[in-house]
Write a protein that binds this ligand. Structure first.
Ligand code: IPM
Ligand code: MN
Length: 363
């Protein structure tokens, strides 16, 4: 296959981890006879510094003309004092909206090799029968609607100046994300948990109704509804009850951070943001980590696993995706660890070495 990729290294550790992901893709290209053509683009703080605009038009245009987008991370202290609409994070929101990436897929998977990094008690994450550690959840977050993109502004009230952000969901926005969740559940353990606040919010009542209608097309899938507060609690009380979680933009932002943390390995988790069809943007769940940027300390595995997700979802190259996932696991099994997942007795490695070791496992 000949693949045109837009690459947005971004800020902080973004460039370092993205470089390793490209190293792995090049290795895949050699072994499986594909060709990746990269166009490196500016977005986030790097773009603010270079052209005083966090999301240049050219970046959007080249992304649209590419087969998929690989992104590192955006943001950092340096730009923290800019006004809200000028911050590097706006680049992410702009890309999501401009590229129509309404479905955000965030797996929270505990790697057996890293079970000790999980902050939950062993009995909570392992099945009674064989004591095998199991945590394999996918959070499907709606990404281009809700309070993130609703009307916002300021007004005067009897209590003084006030600010507001509107949560609004159209039926069709709910339906299409529900379809993504049910399709995903059909390929997994056939359970969808829809998370809302339907005891309080009108938008959540509509959400719940549309999800229930969509569920009728998936008789094999078990649908459960949870309120967000209960869901946040259940995630630490008994995470093994979850398979696919589907929720709004705001709730998904929060729950996906919580879900990733209970795996103990946020530095390991990839994500995909998809549009109808195959186009998608792929990025690690972790942020730009400015404190360790440029020091060869960052864990590139989330970026590398994001490249694997890209091969699977956008290009249907599951053999190649599995080869990458196997290679990552092999490196972990050989006791190599970057600082974020290091524990005593393991071999501490840097960003580049991690990339080299993983590339070496792909044959
Ligand atoms: C995320 C991030 C973004 C979000 C920020 C950086 C705008 O937290 O991707 O989860 O809130 O969506
Ligand atoms: Mn977030």
């Amino acid at each position: 296959m000949n693949i045109k990729l837009a690459v947005i290294p971004g800020d902080g550790i973004g460039p370092e981890v993205t470089e390793q992901a490209q190293k792995i893709l090049d290795k895949i290209a050699g072994v499986y006879n594909h060709k990746f053509e990269y166009k490196t683009l500016l977005a986030g703080g790097a773009a603010i510094d270079a052209v005083n605009n966090c999301l240049p038009d050219e970046t959007i245009a080249v992304c649209k003309a590419s087969d998929a987008v690989l992104l590192g991370a955006v943001g950092g202290w340096k730009w923290d004092t800019l006004p809200g609409d000028k911050r590097p994070e706006m680049a992410l929101l702009g890309l999501r909206k401009e590229l129509g990436l309404f479905a955000n897929i965030r797996p929270a998977l505990l790697f057996d090799e890293l079970a000790d990094a999980c902050p939950l008690k062993r009995e909570i994450i392992s099945s009674g029968a064989n004591g095998k550690v199991e945590l394999d959840i996918v959070v499907i977050r709606e990404l281009t609607g809700g309070i993130y993109f609703g009307e916002k502004g300021f007004k005067d009230t009897p209590l003084g100046k006030a600010a507001y952000d509107v949560e609004l969901y159209a039926e069709e926005e709910v339906r299409r994300i529900a379809v993504v969740a049910f399709d995903m559940a059909m390929k997994r353990n056939k359970k969808v948990t829809s998370v809302d606040k339907a005891n309080v919010l009108e938008s959540s009542r509509l959400w719940r109704q549309v999800v229930a209608e969509t569920a009728k097309n998936y008789p094999e899938v078990k649908l459960e509804n949870l309120y967000i507060d209960n869901a946040a609690m259940q995630l630490v009380r008994n995470p093994r009850q979850f398979d696919v979680i589907v929720t709004s933009n705001m709730f998904g932002d929060i729950l996906s951070d919580e879900a990733s943390m209970i795996t103990g390995s946020i530095g390991m988790l990839p994500s995909a943001s998809l549009k109808n069809g195959n186009f998608g943007m792929y990025e690690p769940v972790h942020g730009s980590a400015p404190d360790i940027a440029g020091q060869d300390k960052a864990n590139p595995m989330a970026a590398i696993l994001s490249a694997a997700m890209m091969l699977r979802y956008t290009f249907a190259l599951s053999k190649e995706a599995e080869a990458i996932e196997r290679a990552v696991k092999a490196v972990l099994a050989k006791s190599y660890r970057t600082g974020d997942i290091y524990s005593e007795g393991k071999t501490l490695i840097g960003t580049k070495e991690a990339g080299d070791l993983i590339a070496g496992e792909i044959r």
